[in-house]
Design a protein around this ligand. Structure first.
Ligand code: TMP
Ligand code: ASP
Length: 234
């Protein structure tokens, strides 16, 4: 597979065309942003660690019958992925109250939820990814009903799998964000699964091990990504 021109550059990744029209190369950068790009920085080696973690997690999901865009880990910062038509709806799954849910509900972070909560957001950097519901998705034609059902079902299955995966490695999966896309008539999981888009807390100490360390200036950012990576690969 030959790497061709850049197709799209996002805040943390770049997509390249390849000589196979069905496949793209997803390149992971060290750049980190938060608060819709208002805070910017570098997390040394994040691209390498995120590529490794995401590759492993996508492989595990595939082994468990959940189809993703992942095709293979091809270098330190690159994975081959299926070309998706990204659905502009982000799905957040939550197991414990944190972040914007804590604010919205006026609660302390750390309260376990009685059952997982799914939330839908309109993928738009300019608008700061506003929360939407299924009426908005229908009315604005963002996705078909059956696609929304598939995304919700898959998000719950992925959540179940990941909660157990991280639990075995001494990590609480608090919440995370997923993106899906269309490929040859199917809805596949796209993007990445990394500490950039998940809240991961040390089960014993409660310490944050994810991008909140960068967002909230808690220090030991690289070390935490490294620690999550070695546990994910173990
Ligand atoms: P929130 O509590 O800020 O709504 O975030 C919920 C989860 O979604 C958290 O794990 C971080 C992730 N997330 C992203 O990956 N990208 C985003 O733009 C936002 C706002 C959250
Ligand atoms: N990824 C988003 C941004 O870069 C939000 C976040 O992760 O906090 O602004």
């Amino acid at each position: 597979m030959k790497k061709l021109e850049k197709l799209y550059e996002g805040k943390a990744k770049i997509l390249y065309e390849t000589d196979d029209s069905d496949l793209l190369i997803q390149y992971f950068k060290d750049e980190a942003t938060a608060f819709d790009g208002k805070k910017r920085g570098l997390i040394e080696n994040k691209g390498i660690l995120n590529n490794r973690m995401s590759s492993r997690l996508f492989e595990c999901l595939e082994e468990n019958g959940i189809e993703t865009h992942f095709v293979g880990h091809i270098s330190d910062r690159e994975m081959a992925v299926k070309r998706l038509e990204i659905i502009p709806v982000e799905v957040v799954a939550r197991n414990v109250v944190a972040g914007s849910l804590a604010k919205r509900m006026g609660m302390e972070e750390g309260v376990p939820l009685k059952k997982p909560v799914l939330e839908l957001y309109y993928k738009s950097d300019e608008l700061g990814d506003p929360m939407i519901n299924e009426y908005h998705i229908d009315a604005f034609g963002l996705a078909r009903r059956d696609e929304v059902e598939t995304m919700k079902e898959k998000a719950l299955l992925i959540n179940k799998f990941l909660v157990d995966f991280f639990e075995k490695r001494g990590i609480v999966l608090v919440d995370f964000k997923l993106e899906f896309g269309r490929h040859k008539g199917k809805v596949l999981l796209g993007d990445e699964i990394t500490p950039d888009g998940c809240r991961l807390w040390n089960k014993i100490t409660g310490e944050k091990m994810d991008k909140d360390r960068f967002r909230r200036d808690l220090g030991k950012v690289e070390e935490s990504y490294q620690e999550v990576c070695s546990r994910v690969l173990s």
